[in-house]
Design a protein around this ligand. Structure first.
Ligand SMILES: [Zn+2]
Length: 240
């Protein structure tokens, strides 16, 4: 009987390990995605900067065209100014030239402003580019590490499943059915070790008589509170 109890405890330990491994395995795609997301966000930021620079350069070119137009207009009005036949015409052209010169000054200010923004954005872009290269390399390394970890987890799961099958063969149908039923109903824990005089599962104190009975290890005993299979520490020690 003690052999069965030892195997039940072994089975419980294997199932605990399997649960941890399976959770890790399930969590892996989320972790890999998370890594990828950090990388993707940096790339998006980089693209946005590149796009901004392109737009700013377009704006700069348009302003240059505007500037040329104002210069041409000033030239035209200047020619007309000298050809003015009346004083009123002369004054009107002069006024027009003044207005266009003001417009020209505004465009020149804008050109400087846009150029400064381009220079700043280009500086930021350079910084982002080196950051992005770093993050991309880091991401690659980390994902490789996670994928290796994933392979190891799957290997460990396979190994545990093999050991589990061997234990199940030794246990036989009846003990296994009891184990599986309790495991299903008790959050994955069917076998507990009595700690002192308490159930190692629900932690309720067990009657001294019951503790003595469990110590005999002559059959499967159950905690009368949580219904789990209760094994005495002697069994666990003889297992080690
Ligand atoms: Zn209990």
């Amino acid at each position: 009987m003690q052999e069965i109890l030892i195997k039940l405890l072994e089975l419980q330990n294997i199932d605990k390990e399997l649960a941890i491994l399976e959770n890790k395995s399930k969590d892996m795609p989320r972790r890999i995605e998370g890594m990828q997301l950090v990388n993707d966000n940096k790339k998006t930021e980089l693209n946005e900067h590149q796009h901004n620079i392109t737009e700013l350069k377009k704006k700069y070119k348009l302003l240059e065209v505007d500037l040329k137009e104002t210069e041409e207009k000033i030239g035209q009005y200047s020619t007309q100014l000298y050809a003015a036949k009346t004083n009123d015409q002369y004054k009107a052209f002069l006024k027009e030239i003044e207005n266009i010169k003001k417009e020209k000054a505004k465009i020149e200010d804008k050109l400087i402003e846009v150029m400064e923004t381009i220079e700043n954005t280009e500086r930021e872009l350079k910084h982002l580019q080196s950051e992005s290269v770093e993050i991309e390399n880091e991401t690659k390394d980390k994902i490789t590490m996670l994928k290796n970890e994933e392979v190891n987890i799957h290997k460990a799961i396979k190994e545990r499943i093999k050991v589990r099958e061997e234990i199940c063969n030794i246990l036989g149908k009846d003990s296994l059915a009891i184990y599986e039923r309790i495991r299903k109903n008790k959050g994955g824990i069917a076998v507990v070790v009595v700690e002192g005089e308490r159930c190692g599962g629900c932690l309720n104190p067990l009657p001294p008589q019951k503790v003595l009975e469990i110590k005999k290890n002559d059959r499967i005993y159950f905690c009368e509170y949580c219904g789990r299979i209760a094994i005495s520490p002697i069994t666990r020690n003889s297992n080690q």
